[in-house]
Design a binder for this molecule. Structure first.
Ligand SMILES: Nc1nc2c(ncn2[C@@H]2O[C@H](COP(=O)(O)OP(=O)(O)OP(=O)(O)O)[C@@H](O)[C@H]2O)c(=O)[nH]1
Length: 373
């Protein structure tokens, strides 16, 4: 049955997908038939409990911007309102419900988590990724020092944690100063770690700001590393792009505007930006014409009857300048496929594109089965 549905894919992508499909039985089932878990992504690289949610931990010095990042990305707070956020004084943890359920925690900057009184296992034990926020507009030597101590501690005690460094608030800096600061921070982190005997530590650096798309792009990349199905998703997107001559394809999580996967061709920020803005348009339109997105419990039968939609579905093409256009299709309640179409993929070929996207959609349903909602 699987091979019949995957007829449109190359043997290599079929193989990758099959491997993931076959591995699905190893994924933790929802705890009860009425479980509210949605697009459950299998085991986490660092989860103590097999069924634990992907967990992000935001760390960094006071006023570096941790609460702002969490509020803007996950709670849709307008960036200017973060000016009024109060200092976080205790560890805060919030669960988020989207195509997969995950947790975002924030560790206040003033806490000394190396103090033996702290239960480090409960803080770091289940983390998939640690996001260290450095304020690029402020003096950062102390922050780097603290960061390096944390990296050294984690790489010996919890080596599976991905360490992601956000050089944050870059919006206020000139282009040259921003790049110099970024290079300087990378250099200092790497030099200090190498002096401590850690060559090529597994850390990634991003330039971020809550005032533009950079924060969403960075968080997307961080979360992608926690999705076990990423290689299968990328392979499917690659197949779709090559069969429909798509320039760039993104699979977006609609509520958060995080992109869950993209094809493996180089990603430039402007492609991401235009697709991300398009999500805003769709969300606005759906607020007028769609169903209530705040319903958190998945489809009830009544809801299904009311909308008559079954799976949510909308398809919009929008002319951009030249021959290129954007193609959007909702894959399910949370995920949308957005493609930047190339010049040799004219709108007249839409029927063919629709067919291939339908095959893609079926494959996604296999990867994130409906009964996990
Ligand atoms: N210019 C600029 N300011 C930012 C950015 N992100 C956050 N800020 C500002 O930085 C200040 C501190 O932000 P918070 O999010 O409260 O910082 P925090 O790290 O949570 O601080 P604590 O709770 O004290 O640990 C706020 O006034 C934000 O508006 C950014 O990307 N650019």
């Amino acid at each position: 049955m699987v091979s019949r549905k995957l007829d449109g894919f190359t043997p290599a992508s079929q193989l990758t997908l099959m491997r993931y499909l076959q591995g699905l039985h190893e994924a933790e089932p929802p705890s009860s038939p009425n479980s509210q878990a949605r697009y459950h992504t299998g085991r986490l690289p660092n989860g103590r409990h097999a069924g634990s949610k992907p967990r992000l931990m935001l760390m960094g010095q006071k006023r570096s911007g941790k609460s702002s990042i969490s509020s803007v990305v996950f709670h849709k707070m307008p960036p200017s309102e973060t000016l009024y956020l109060e200092t976080t004084t205790a560890i805060q943890s919030r669960s988020l419900h989207s195509f997969m359920d995950f947790q975002v925690a924030e560790l206040p900057g003033h806490l000394d988590y190396f103090n033996p009184e702290f239960d480090q296992a409960s803080i770091f034990g289940d983390i998939g990724a640690l996001i260290w926020v450095i304020d690029a507009q402020d003096e950062y030597l102390d922050a780097i020092n603290q960061l390096n101590n944390t990296i050294i501690y984690l790489s010996t005690t919890y080596p599976a944690i991905n360490i992601e460094i956000f050089v944050h608030k870059v919006d206020g800096l000139s282009e040259d100063y921003k790049n110099d600061t970024f290079r300087d921070i990378i250099q200092r982190v790497q030099d200090e770690l190498s002096d401590a005997g850690y060559e090529n530590p597994p850390v990634s650096f991003y330039q971020t700001s809550i005032y533009n798309h950079t924060i969403f792009e960075a968080i997307s990349k961080v979360i992608q590393k926690l999705i076990p199905q990423l290689p299968a998703l990328e392979s499917l997107l690659n197949s779709l792009c090559s069969s429909c001559r798509i320039e760039k394809a993104f699979l977006f999580d609609i509520p958060s505007k995080i992109y869950v996967a993209t094809d493996t061709s180089p990603t430039d920020t402007s492609s991401y930006e235009v697709c991300s803005d398009y999500i805003d348009v769709i969300v606005d339109l759906e607020e007028i014409y769609g169903w209530d997105r705040s319903v958190e419990n998945g489809y009830s039968m009544e809801e299904r009857d009311e909308t008559g939609n079954g799976d949510s579905e909308s398809l919009v093409t929008m002319e951009k300048k030249g021959h290129n256009y954007l193609y959007l299709k909702e894959i399910n309640r949370y995920l949308a496929l957005i493609c930047l179409m190339g010049e040799d993929s004219p709108a007249e070929k839409k029927v063919l594109i629709d067919y291939n996207v339908g095959v893609f959609q079926e494959a996604i349903e296999k990867i994130f089965p409906r009964n996990d909602r």
